[in-house]
Design a protein around this ligand. Structure first.
Ligand code: AHM
Ligand code: MG
Length: 341
């Protein structure tokens, strides 16, 4: 692709990609543009969250006499709204909603994609100014176009994802998305309100020196995970020294950092939560897809995350994701005879 200037916006980039696929309809570009728009609206509210009473419980009335929504609910409404009004999505599933939402109008029924998202992940961090994010996943529906989407369109293994991405509302706002062709990051330029390509063709370093896990749960982790963490803290790891521990408690920020710098993120099962905490469909799968496309690996401890056949919309899964060599080192422990016993 020949580009004769430095700045390429998200829209320009997705349109450039279409040039290589004359048969493409542009629906995916439309969907990404819709998601980007909702994220801009969320970004504005995140930035003023400390100023207005948006942190209040749902049902509160603000000084203008309007009903105040919690930010995660606000974010959910934005994503559902743009996708419902757009022309590229047949239905959605969200961490905020118990059931799928099928748009079921003539245009949406003719769309080939469905989208799943966690509209505001890490929302426990909103009121303390720590980065939070949106995670999304896009699939081609398996049911016939022209008819309403169904649950089976959503219960597909992650290896069927067409695209996945995330937006971090942090020191800057960055939109990262991946397709099988690669992963690219776009930083929101607030002066023009556009995302500009800032991280082209992201590759996850093969190894790194960061491990991210909630140490408070250490004694509830499986023995294999405890042994791996022990290695992370000693001198016998692949880097020849102890790794650095970094855990913000906002997966979007933790995995983004590890994707760029090299590292491993773990949310294992615990004795009290045998399936872990994170949700397979809109938290684990999108990150597994992105990190694998970028050269890393992701597992639930037993199998590749992307090969898991989901059975429920909101099912949870243990999650391990990161740099290839660090993941292989971890898998040595997860696959050991002791771990399987
Ligand atoms: P949420 O979807 O309720 O925000 O929870 C997901 C978040 C992740 O971003 C983060 O990695 C994890 O929960 C932190 O959980 P814990 O506090 O148990 O370590
Ligand atoms: Mg979440």
């Amino acid at each position: 692709m020949v580009v004769d200037r430095k700045i390429l916006t998200l829209d320009e980039f997705t349109i450039q990609q279409l040039r290589d696929f004359p048969q493409a309809t542009g629906e995916l570009s439309g969907l990404l543009r819709d998601i980007g728009l909702a994220a801009k609206r969320v970004n504005v509210e995140v930035n003023k969250a400390g100023l207005v009473d948006i942190l209040g419980d749902t049902g509160n009335i603000n000084v203008q006499g309007e009903e105040v929504k919690k930010l995660d609910e606000f974010a959910n409404d934005q994503f559902v709204g743009v996708l419902r009004h757009g022309i590229s999505c047949a239905g959605i599933a969200s961490e905020e909603l118990d059931d799928i939402v099928v748009f079921n109008d003539p245009v949406s029924n003719n769309s080939k994609y469905i989208c799943m998202f966690d509209p505001l992940d890490g929302s426990a961090n909103i009121d303390v100014n720590i980065s939070i994010g949106t995670i999304f996943s896009i699939y081609r529906r398996v049911t016939e176009k022209g008819k309403p989407a169904e649950l089976k369109d959503f219960l597909q293994p992650g290896n069927q994802q067409v695209a996945a991405g995330y937006i971090i509302y942090g020191s800057s706002t960055i939109f990262v998305y991946g397709t099988r062709r690669g992963v690219n990051g776009f930083t929101l330029d607030p002066s023009i309100g556009e995302y500009s390509l800032s991280h082209p063709d992201i590759k996850c370093p093969e190894s790194g020196n960061i491990y991210s896990v909630n140490h408070g749960h250490f004694f509830r982790y499986p023995e294999s995970v405890k042994k791996y963490i022990d290695v992370c803290q000693h001198k016998n790891n692949t880097n020849g020294g102890p790794y650095t521990q970094r855990y913000i408690g906002s997966m979007v920020a933790d995995v983004h950092r590890n994707l760029l710098k090299g590292g491993i993120f773990m949310y294992p099962e615990t004795t009290d939560k045998p399936n872990g905490k994170l949700r397979l469909l809109y938290e684990c799968n999108p990150f597994a897809f992105i990190v694998e496309v970028a050269g890393g690996k992701a597992t639930n401890g037993k199998e590749r995350i992307l090969d898991v056949q989901p059975t429920e919309l909101h099912q949870r899964s243990p999650f391990f994701v990161g740099s290839k060599k660090m993941m292989e080192e971890l898998e040595g422990f997860l696959n050991s005879k002791d771990a399987k016993a």
